[in-house]
Design a protein around this ligand. Structure first.
Ligand code: AMP
Length: 195
């Protein structure tokens, strides 16, 4: 049965890594607004130009833009369900997602918080940038300690309130994001199987 889940957690918590594993393992579809925005930015669309500076500064782009991106993708459907990665990031986005899913006759089956240690995150981001550079891949301009600090602040200010929002709805499960990648994946699998 298709399951729709949100992976919540600060930047660098491992949401993208875990989402990719679920895609291959369960025919789920990862919807990462960060990836969609980066694609728009690098292909130089009007929208991409509009968001470039905001993203490079580690700030959030408008709700309207990201909600529009998600609405388009939901229309394509997903056999195994959707994994929302980096969306929603504000309460307005969370409300909009609920409404979009309801309009499609579906809903969220689980919201998983990857719980991580802030100090460790900075290390992960620096490593992510170094690994990309050594593999000859482009380094994200927002993967540096200064911009990362801004992204983390945005997370606490705008996104962390979603933890209370989903907890109150009864669908929030915490997973230790500091564990090894395999254990995190196993914990997420357990949550999905129960949902
Ligand atoms: P991410 O790859 O999820 O870390 O996103 C990279 C950047 O894209 C963020 O720092 C924001 O500038 C922007 N972004 C991604 N998703 C959202 C969202 N749901 N709402 C607002 N801005 C977003």
């Amino acid at each position: 049965m298709a399951k729709n889940i949100i992976l919540l957690g600060p930047p660098g918590a491992g949401k993208g890594t875990q989402a990719k594993r679920l895609e291959t393992g369960r025919s789920m579809v990862q919807l990462s607004t960060g990836d969609m925005l980066r694609a728009a930015k690098s292909s130089g669309t009007e929208m991409g130009k509009k968001v470039a500076a905001i993203m490079d500064a580690g700030q959030l782009v408008t709700d309207e833009i990201v909600i529009g991106l998600i609405a388009e993708q939901l229309d394509r459907g997903a056999a195994g369900g959707f994994i929302f990665d980096g969306f929603p990031r504000t309460l307005a986005q969370a409300d909009a997602l609920g409404a979009l899913l309801a309009a499609k006759g579906t809903r969220l089956d689980a919201v998983i918080e990857l719980v991580v240690d802030d100090e460790a995150l900075v290390g992960r981001i620096v490593r992510r940038a170094e690994e990309a550079a050594s593999a000859g891949e482009p380094v994200r301009p927002d993967d540096n300690p200064e911009v990362f600090a801004r992204r983390l602040r945005e997370y606490y200010k705008q996104t962390a309130p979603l933890l209370g929002y989903y907890y109150a709805k009864g669908g929030l499960t915490q997973v230790d994001g500091m564990a090894a990648m395999e254990s995190v994946a196993a914990e997420i699998a357990k949550v999905l199987d129960k949902a």
